[in-house]
Design a protein around this ligand. Structure first.
Ligand SMILES: [Fe+2]
Length: 282
């Protein structure tokens, strides 16, 4: 009788272990599918409201870290359509259009990327800076040549004064800080307030003049894979413990760091949905 009871307990215990193993396999499989195949394609529009009377009424779209692979034309055509539908006054492009080190995939050619990006439309202009991935090969040269006479204006350490309805503002594009392509003096030459600055790497924030109303940056991808409790798993060199994503404030200056759209190294995202940033100044 005792032996029989023990056998029933053993069988029940084995069944419990089996159920736990199956549950574990199921959860891991779901996470793998989610991280590698679902979340990297779940594009969202991230709406921000920024209080600033000097820029009140202006709508800005900021796109960064597109990292366009050769088989992603359809996805990015859809993305461009979504951006255009937001009716932003200006579109700012924060760099990393190509991707140089993607596992099991290759970058779309810079010439093709240039052609694709010209589909972006905004009433008061589309402006661009380069990222660190553009440094590899001839991407900067090819993008610059192919966008020369297009609707996209490259602001690599330069600025432009525009008028949006009744408001004048300066848009400042700053070269990437990671690879020392920035030149603050040149970028802000004669820049009058109000100023919207945009760049690739957020580490530049300490050098941004206090007169700047708002700065947009990217580069971090939000760590690409963010594990709650553990934090971001894949942050770029030099970013340990600082600048991941979201708003940052320093001495009255404000910067928003976007987790971007694409991936580098591995097509994987977790708690980092690809985002088109739409900022409304109120
Ligand atoms: Fe990037």
């Amino acid at each position: 009788m005792r032996k029989r009871i023990l056998n029933i307990f053993k069988a029940a215990k084995n069944k419990k272990v089996l159920v736990l193993i199956l549950l574990f396999i199921l959860i891991v499989s779901f996470l793998v599918i989610w991280i590698f195949f679902i979340e990297p394609n779940l594009l969202i529009v991230k709406n921000l409201t920024i209080k600033d009377p000097e820029l009140k009424g202006i709508r800005v779209a900021y796109l960064t870290d597109l990292h366009i692979c050769q088989n992603e034309k359809a996805y990015f055509l859809k993305l461009i359509k979504t951006v255009n539908e937001q009716n932003a006054d200006i579109i700012l492009l924060g760099g990393d259009y190509v991707v140089v080190d993607m596992f099991m995939n290759k970058t779309m050619e810079a010439k093709e990327i240039a052609k694709l990006l010209t589909g972006l439309k905004a009433k008061y202009g589309v402006y661009m800076v380069m990222g660190n991935h553009e440094l590899h090969g001839k991407s900067i040269k090819i993008l610059s040549e192919n966008l020369k006479d297009s609707n996209i204006k490259i602001l690599q350490n330069s600025n432009v004064r525009i008028k949006i309805r009744d408001k004048s503002l300066t848009i400042v594009g700053i070269g990437d800080f990671t690879d020392r392509r920035h030149n603050i003096k040149k970028a802000f030459n004669n820049a009058e307030k109000p100023i919207i600055a945009f760049t690739h790497s957020p580490l530049i924030f300490k050098l941004i003049p206090n007169s700047v109303n708002m700065t947009f940056a990217g580069h971090t991808h939000g760590g690409q894979v963010y594990i709650p409790g553990l934090g971001p798993l894949a942050k770029p060199r030099g970013y340990k413990g600082i600048y991941n994503k979201g708003f940052y404030e320093k001495k009255g200056k404000t910067m928003f760091v976007s987790s971007g759209i694409g991936c580098s190294h591995l097509k994987a995202r977790f708690f980092n949905l690809p985002e088109i940033v739409i900022a409304d100044f109120k």
